[in-house]
Design a protein around this ligand. Structure first.
Ligand code: KG4
Ligand code: ZN
Length: 335
C-alpha cells in the first residue's frame, strides 16, 4: 500500500511517499526557517500562508519522484496535532480534500508518534519493546514503547522542552533562530570547566525534566561576563558549552534511569535535539557500558518531515484504522 504523508504542524512543509512493501519511495521538504529567522521565532500566520504556497507543489514533486500518479495512492496521512492550529489546518484540509477526490482513506497522525517511529525508516530499525527519548522544540518525553500505539509515558518536562531551552539560550547568546544547532556549533569551541550549570531534577528519583531554570543560569553567566567586559567570542562559547553539557548530562542521567527501571536494552532517540552530536556521543558511551543499543533517525528525519507521518499512517492503515473523510482534525494540544 502506498501512503502519502503530509507534515505542516510548524515551520517545515514535509511530504513523503511510503510503500508498505518497498519502503520510503520519495520525500521532500521545504523549510521556512529563513523566513521566520528575521522575527527570531515562528510567526504562526506566516507559517500557515507559506504551507498553502508550498504544499501542492511538494506533493507533485514527490509523486513525480516516486513515478506514481495520484490514482495509485492508497491513503493519505497528515499531522493532526499537536502544533500551530492554522498550520495544521492546511495539511488537514489538503489531505481530506485529496482523500475525498480520490476515494481513498485518510488518517490524522500524532506528530510525536511520527518522531517516535522515525528510526523505523532506517536500515536496521529497532525491534519492540524499547525506551524512547523524544526531544524536540515542543516536547521532552521518555516513553516505554511496547508496539504500535502501545506507549507508556515514563516522564516528561514540567516546563520548557529541551529544544525550546536550546532556542532560548541561543537568543541570549545572540545567535539566530533556530538556535539548537548554532549553540551546539559554538559549544564545540567552549571550555567545559569554566561554568557549571545544574542538572535539574536529577537529585531526586523520577523521570521528569525541567529545563526552564537553565535560562536563568545562562543569563546570569552572560551578565557576569558583560559586567566584567569579558563577553567575547571564547566566553560565549564557554557559556554555550556549559549549557549544552547541563542539558545533555540531564538527558543522559534520565535515559540511564529509564533503561534501569524498564530493564530494556534498546533506546530510541528522536526529535530535533536528537541531531545533537554531543548527546549522541554521551548516549553511545552509556549504552556501550550496559550492552544496550541506541537508535536514531538519519539527520534529516530528526527534525520535522513528511516521511515519519507517511510511515505512521501506513502502519495504522495496516492495523485497519482510518478516519471519517471530511472530519478534519487539527488539534493544537494533544497529549
Ligand atoms: O522536532 P523538531 O524539528 O520540531 C518540533 O517538533 O519541535 O525540533 C526542533 C528543535 C529546535 O528547538 C531546535 O533548536 C532543536 O530541535 N535542534 C537542536 C539541534 N538541531 C535541532 N538542538 C540541539 N542540538 C542540535 N544539533
Ligand atoms: Zn517535531
Amino acid at each position: 500500500m502506498r501512503v502519502l504523508g503530509i507534515e505542516t504542524s510548524c515551520d517545515e512543509t514535509g511530504v513523503a511517499l511510503y510503500d508498505t512493501e518497498r519502503g520510503l519511495m520519495a520525500d521532500a521538504l521545504y523549510s521556512q526557517v529563513a523566513m521566520h529567522a528575521e522575527f527570531g521565532g515562528v510567526v504562526p500566520e506566516l507559517a500557515s500562508r507559506d504551507h498553502t504556497r508550498r504544499l501542492l507543489p511538494l506533493i507533485e514533486q514527490v509523486l513525480e519522484e516516486a513515478r506514481l500518479s495520484r490514482g495509485e495512492l492508497d491513503a493519505i496521512a497528515y499531522t493532526a496535532g499537536p502544533g500551530l492550529v492554522g498550520a495544521l489546518m492546511v495539511g488537514a484540509a489538503t489531505a481530506h480534500g485529496m482523500a475525498r477526490a480520490l476515494g481513498i482513506p485518510v488518517l490524522g497522525v500524532h506528530h510525536m508518534e511520527g518522531h517516535l517511529l522515525a528510526p523505523m525508516l532506517e536500515d536496521e530499525p529497532p525491534a519492540f519493546p524499547f525506551v524512547a527519548l523524544l526531544v524536540s522544540g515542543g516536547h521532552t518525553q521518555l516513553v516505554e514503547v511496547k508496539g504500535l500505539g502501545r506507549y507508556r509515558l515514563l516522564g516528561e518536562s514540567v516546563d520548557d522542552a529541551a529544544g525550546e531551552a536550546f532556542d532560548k539560550a541561543a537568543k541570549m547568546l545572540g545567535l539566530d533562530y533556530p538556535g539548537g544547532p548554532q549553540v551546539a556549533r559554538l559549544a564545540e569551541r567552549g571550555d567545559p570547566g569554566r561554568f557549571r550549570f545544574p542538572r535539574p531534577m536529577t537529585d531526586r528519583p523520577g523521570l521528569d525534566f525541567s529545563f526552564s531554570g537553565l535560562k536563568t543560569h545562562t543569563l546570569t553567566a552572560i551578565r557576569q561576563l558583560e559586567a566584567a567586559a569579558e563577553l567575547d567570542d571564547p566566553a560565549r562559547a564557554d557559556v554555550a558549552r556549559a549549557f549544552e553539557e547541563a542539558v545533555v548530562d540531564t538527558l543522559v542521567i534520565k535515559c540511564r534511569r529509564a533503561l534501569d527501571q524498564t530493564g530494556l536494552k534498546r533506546l530510541v532517540v528522536a526529535g530535533g535535539v536528537s541531531a545533537n552530536l554531543r548527546l549522541r556521543e554521551r548516549l553511545e558511551h552509556e549504552c556501550a557500558k550496559r550492552s544496550a543499543r541506541a537508535y536514531y533517525p538519519r539527520g534529516r528525519f530528526c527534525t520535522d518531515n513528511g516521511a515519519m507521518i507517511a510511515y505512521v499512517g501506513a502502519q495504522r492503515l495496516l492495523a485497519g484504522e482510518r478516519d471519517e473523510i471530511g472530519v478534519m482534525k487539527a488539534v493544537p494540544r494533544w497529549p
